[in-house]
Design a protein around this ligand. Structure first.
Ligand SMILES: NC(=O)c1ccc[n+]([C@@H]2O[C@H](COP(=O)([O-])OP(=O)(O)OC[C@H]3O[C@@H](n4cnc5c(N)ncnc54)[C@H](OP(=O)(O)O)[C@@H]3O)[C@@H](O)[C@H]2O)c1
Length: 324
């Protein structure tokens, strides 16, 4: 079997390597899964760089989510051929992997590209919309990196609840993508963002969600209504958060942070099952979807990583460890 590992932190395209490894023998209660698809997410890049909230031991396996097919079971388990979502810890960028049978979540046979992205980003979007502000129909939210997969899921979920979405992107060429996703107003980020947002929206946003950090975070905060909430959940710019103190003090804005791992740690099994049950239905029905930019094989992983971090993509990059 083949798997992607790294022996030191650094630029993902430079430190990743594909190695041949002996297949692991199954112990009772374990299943072997042939991995079909796994996305390259920003969190993978950040973890390989050594800047993530969890630091793995070296050498480390890479790839945090994906979908595969059960090919062997020791003891009770899913039928051979069952499609399953892969669970933590990382190791999804491999041709196969052994998991405890109990952590594998079976899903119906459907679009494997969309299902491969179900675990991380749809739940993030769902929780950003539900955990911080009691949003009512007609409220506005504003989000940066709105053409990202999370941004698209946020728009799709918000619109299904009658919430208005103002989408902010860093380049003009992404505006058609966020309009296609269904947002109500679209802006290219810039120093006068707050003035343009105020001129176009009928009322100020009550929730700002940010994946860029740097001074883009401050520009989102400056658009918020009095008493609004800003949630930081990503740092795509690689810069520290810059927060305008006037907005915090005079406009009573609250600043919060979100990490899906914290939710998994704190939510009980019933809540996790409820959220993923809802999201699985939405992905299966096509109501939640994210475009795919390109699919690479495992052997092309260096090109896949370089393509992912180059930016300006039209969607997600997926790995197909057993062929496209
Ligand atoms: N906190 C959590 O638990 C959690 C969970 C899931 C995801 N996230 C975060 O959510 C964010 C989006 O993830 P995703 O998988 O949806 O991303 P994605 O689909 O891969 O899209 C990446 C987005 O980042 C933008 N971007 C890239 N480099 C940038 C830069 N230097 N400055 C500003 N924007 C930049 C891209 O814009 P262009 O198209 O213009 O390149 C694009 O909008 C990431 O920061 C990720 O870490 C956090």
């Amino acid at each position: 079997m083949k798997k992607a590992i790294y022996r030191q932190h650094g630029n993902a395209a430079e430190v990743i390597e594909i190695i041949d490894a002996e297949p692991q023998a199954l112990e009772p209660g374990q299943s072997r899964v042939k991995i079909l698809r796994s996305p390259i997410n920003p969190s993978d890049i950040v973890q390989i760089a050594g800047q993530y909230g969890i630091q793995p031991d070296m050498p480390a396996a890479a790839g945090m989510e994906g979908i595969g097919e059960v090919v062997e079971v020791n003891g009770d388990g899913h039928e051979i051929g069952t499609l399953v979502l892969l669970a933590d810890p990382p190791g999804a960028w491999a041709s196969e992997r052994v998991f405890p049978t109990e952590v594998l979540v079976p899903v119906p046979r459907a679009d494997i590209d969309q299902l491969a992205m179900l675990t991380v980003n749809p739940a993030t979007a769902y929780l950003l919309l539900t955990e911080y502000v009691d949003l009512k129909e007609g409220d506005w939210i504003i989000q940066s990196a709105a053409n990202s997969a999370v941004g698209r899921y946020v728009t799709q979920l918000a619109k299904s609840r009658g919430i208005n979405v103002a989408s902010v992107v860093r380049r003009e060429t992404a505006i058609p993508d966020v309009k296609d996703a269904g947002c109500d107003a679209a802006f290219v980020d810039g120093p006068d963002l707050a003035e343009r947002v105020e001129a176009e929206l009928d009322k100020a946003p009550v929730l700002a969600i940010d994946a860029v950090a740097g001074d883009a975070f401050g520009r989102l905060i400056a658009t918020l209504a009095h008493g609004g909430t800003a949630v930081s959940y990503g740092g795509m710019s690689g810069e520290p958060l810059i927060i305008p103190d006037g907005n915090i003090i005079f406009n009573n804005v609250s600043v919060r942070g979100f990490w899906l791992v914290n939710w998994f740690t704190n939510a009980g099994p019933d809540e996790i099952k409820r959220v993923y049950g809802e999201l699985t239905e939405l992905v299966l029905s096509g109501q939640l979807n994210a475009p795919i930019d390109k699919i690479f094989t495992l052997d092309q992983i260096t090109d896949a990583l370089a393509h992912t971090v180059a930016g300006g993509r039209s969607g997600k990059v997926l790995l197909a460890p057993n062929g496209i």
